[in-house]
Design a protein around this ligand. Structure first.
Ligand SMILES: [Mg+2]
Length: 335
């Protein structure tokens, strides 16, 4: 398969998962299951009520997609070696209405006046750095750009994380996310799941050489492996892995949603959205995995047609994907 189509599958798949999960973000599993039967039910709505009487238009993307796009442009135009340049891109693109986390919003608002001290901004709200999933959710493009260059992938994930999410659990989650994408754009279909999981274990081994032991992620991979062997539905794993905003919960949960249905995009998103919790980010990461393996043609047209933003679109993300593939020297050849 053409590598650029895999990259586009990853980036547009992430956008789609984000926009589909957004209307039910932070809702409980019980509520979502009671209110909707399927993703199409959610997408049939025009808008949903937010706090303080505001409305969310169904089909819009959130901070996940905005920051992913910034990372992709940083990889394309800034060489991925300067964290300050990435933070500048995040800060310029920052729009509170996209539902940024409070810690990230604080950093992005402070950046303009504290450009020279950008390294210290990541601990503004959390003294040990945030371990939320904010850096994992935007790591898909890093997995694409460095799909065949592990040292560069690890370095870029670390640097991207350090700008906003400097806790080791966030760096580990971001690296696992990008490394999974990298493995998937390289994979044959159908996916060899055992081999894929062995590759992720090697990623954790490598992380342990340069930082704290990724114990939580190791445990999560064991749960994933056991759950797949028992053919458990993602909802059954949700209590074990978690569906919250911590990277250590949502990255493994997104992996499980994908690995439960590696052959098709739609069931991955259906499962992710109906788990409740951080639905936009879990569905975005799961959609990135599925798209990276299956390519952009696996994404359903009727869902793509519901995306309503004009600045970041499937076409604009597709173009970025092609540019990333060209940067990898594989824009037009088969991957
Ligand atoms: Mg979000």
């Amino acid at each position: 398969m053409n590598l650029a189509r895999r990259f586009a599958g990853c980036l547009v798949g992430g956008l789609l998962g984000d926009a589909i999960g957004a209307p039910v973000e932070a809702e409980s599993r019980g509520y979502i299951r009671k209110a909707f039967r399927s993703v199409d039910d959610i997408l049939a709505l025009e808008k949903v009520e937010e706090m303080f009487g505001a409305y969310w238009t169904v089909g819009r993307y959130t901070d996940d997609t905005q920051m992913t796009e910034c990372v992709a442009r940083w990889l394309l135009h800034d060489g991925a070696s300067d964290g300050c340049k990435l933070l500048a891109r995040f800060s310029e693109a920052f729009r509170p209405a996209r539902r940024y986390g409070s810690g990230t919003a604080l950093i992005l608002q402070a950046f303009e006046d504290h450009r020279d001290e950008w390294r210290s901004l990541a601990t503004l709200m959390f003294p040990d750095g945030s371990y939320g999933n904010g850096s994992a959710m935007r790591s898909g493009p890093i997995g694409c750009r460095f799909y065949n260059d592990p040292p560069a992938l690890f370095a870029a994930c670390r640097l991207s994380s350090l700008t906003t999410h400097s806790h080791p659990l966030a760096i580990q989650g971001a690296t696992l996310m990008a490394a999974a994408v990298a493995a998937l754009v390289r994979s044959q279909t159908p996916l060899d799941i055992d081999r894929f999981l062995q590759g992720l274990e090697l990623v954790l081994k490598r992380l342990a050489r340069t930082g704290p032991e990724p114990t939580q992620y190791r445990q999560a991979l064991e749960h994933i492996s056991d759950g797949l062997k028992a053919a458990h539905e993602p909802a059954r794993l949700a209590d074990l892995l978690g569906t919250g905003i911590d990277a250590k919960e949502s990255v493994p949960m997104a992996l499980y949603c994908f690995l439960s249905s590696p052959q098709a995009f739609e069931p991955v998103i259906e499962q992710a959205v109906f788990l409740g919790g951080d639905t936009d980010t879990i569905a975005s990461m799961a959609g990135s995995f599925s798209g990276a393996l299956l390519g952009e043609t696996a994404l359903p047209q009727r869902w793509l047609a519901r995306l309503c933003d004009e600045d970041i679109t499937p076409a604009s993300m597709g173009l970025i994907a092609h540019q990333l593939a060209e940067l990898c020297g594989q824009g037009k050849s088969s991957g």
